[in-house]
Design a protein around this ligand. Structure first.
Ligand code: PFF
Length: 452
């Protein structure tokens, strides 16, 4: 239980919010959201995503943060401790296990994409985007994907940065970095949207993103939207639970969750508005998948005045946003390892970081050497992504909602959440009925769609 004592608290409410927003805002918003929206057919996907964020994600976020604050331990330790206190089965710790394992897997591929972002800072600085055509941008990205060595080196760079920060602890550099750089990314994103509005096909982008075409909706698209909302809000992996365990009693979890969800959604929508006008203007492939921003944005940076500076700055800020997320992905396993073994923070961060680095190599290979190695039509990267994003995260989130809604005394919830009666009732209704039923329904109908 050594880790519990080492837990330091966030120095102020504001820093907690910024750190949680830092965890939520990352590659999920800027890299993943646009390509998922592109593949999911646009408006209908976006509408489902928004519904999931506010009706399911936000109440689950309240649940996850408060479980962490009450448990004060790693996700596994917290779930076990609370289950015992409430006289419930110790099997609830499985939710924590799924989180620790899931965050480990997500970090392994997150770091590979973080590595792509790092390498694009350099590409921008050396002028690789100057006047680049759509084909050349595709080729530049393709060359990187084709080289396992390059990708492994950048992946190593990204995971090392993450380990270094986690090893140092939540206070110090991180807090400062988050409070200045997150707003900077936000401003740069707005500038990019303005550029895209002028230089690209804004009208078509807006209609693509906000005019739902319900003929494109299937239950697999619904599951993607559900998974994306959980990924973007950092839910179901114990990251928010670990952050909640550093949270002070006098901070309102409900208000924090609403702020986190709103900021996170704003960034995702801005990213969509920055990217799709260019996608349409240059006739790029809407469903090009994980490479979408890497083949779209260089064209814009290659054409604008001071594009070298803006490009480098954008990818640098994106790396920082990614790091404030990746540290929250490393936290659950680090806090568990510390709890179990009494390792120092540094030793735990280095051990887990090394493990995720090794696993990440499989993701690297899935884009080149093992590109043909598929499982049910999925490459290894697709498989890791599907397992975590579409299965582990929504299911763990569903069980967190069930646990809080049905297995903890109402009196204890009221005390922990300290919400007004009206808000509490709304939240309680959402976690008891809406979240489990909606998540359950997506899975049931998906199975039906696939197999019947
Ligand atoms: N929310 C992060 C993003 O959008 O990039 C990724 C993430 C962090 C997912 C932490 C899950 C998590 F537990």
């Amino acid at each position: 239980m050594a880790a519990a004592k080492e837990h330091s608290n966030w120095s102020s409410k504001w820093t907690f919010i910024m750190a949680a927003v830092g965890s939520a805002v990352g590659l999920g918003n800027i890299w993943r959201f646009p390509y998922e929206a592109g593949q999911g057919g646009g408006g209908a996907f976006v509408l489902m995503y928004l519904g999931f964020v506010f009706l399911i994600g936000t109440p689950v976020l309240v649940a996850e943060l408060s479980l962490g604050r009450r448990g004060q331990l790693s996700p596994i330790g917290s779930m076990l401790k609370i289950a015992k206190e409430e006289g419930r089965s110790s099997a609830w710790q499985l939710v924590g296990w799924s989180g620790v394992l899931g965050s480990f897997i997500v970090l392994s591929f997150y770091s590979v994409i973080g590595g792509w972002t790092l390498s694009y800072i350099i590409q921008s600085i050396i002028g690789a985007f100057d006047g680049i055509t759509a084909e050349a941008a595709g080729a530049l990205f393709g060359t990187m994907l084709a080289s396992p060595v390059t990708m492994i080196l950048w992946h190593a760079g990204f995971i090392s940065l993450t380990m270094f920060i986690v090893a140092k602890g939540v206070e110090g550099g991180l807090e400062k970095a988050v409070t200045i750089l997150m707003p900077a990314l936000f401003i740069l994103l707005i500038a990019l949207v303005i550029y895209a509005a002028v230089a690209g096909d804004f009208a078509q982008a807006v209609s693509f993103l906000f005019k739902p075409d319900f003929s494109k909706v299937t239950f697999s698209v619904a599951l993607e939207a559900l998974g994306q909302s959980f990924f973007s809000l950092s839910l179901g992996l114990g990251s928010m639970m670990t952050y909640g365990s550093y949270l002070k009693k006098d901070t309102s979890v409900g208000k924090s969750a609403v702020i986190i969800a709103s900021a996170d959604t704003a960034v995702a929508l801005l990213a969509g508005l920055a990217i799709f006008p260019l996608v349409f203007a240059y006739n790029l492939d809407l469903s090009s998948g994980p490479g979408l921003i890497f083949v779209t944005l260089p064209i814009a940076f290659g054409q604008m005045h001071f594009g070298v500076i803006f490009g480098a700055l954008f990818f640098a800020l994106l790396v920082i946003a990614a790091i404030t997320s990746s540290i929250s992905l490393l936290e659950p396993s680090v806090s568990y390892l510390q709890e179990k073994t009494g390792y120092t923070r540094k030793k735990a961060a280095l051990s887990i970081g090394f493990g995720t680095f090794m696993l990440g190599i499989l993701t690297v290979f899935s884009f080149n050497l093992l590109a043909d190695f598929t499982f049910a039509g999925m490459t290894l990267f697709d498989l890791f992504d599907f397992l975590t994003n579409n299965l582990m995260m929504p299911l763990a989130g569903m069980f967190m909602a069930l646990f809080m809604g049905w297995f903890i005394l109402r009196k204890n919830l009221l005390e922990e959440l300290a919400m007004t009666e009206k808000w509490f009732k709304l939240w309680y209704f959402l976690v008891r009925f809406v979240c489990p039923l909606a998540i359950g329904a997506v899975f049931v109908f998906l199975l039906y769609e696939k197999f019947v």
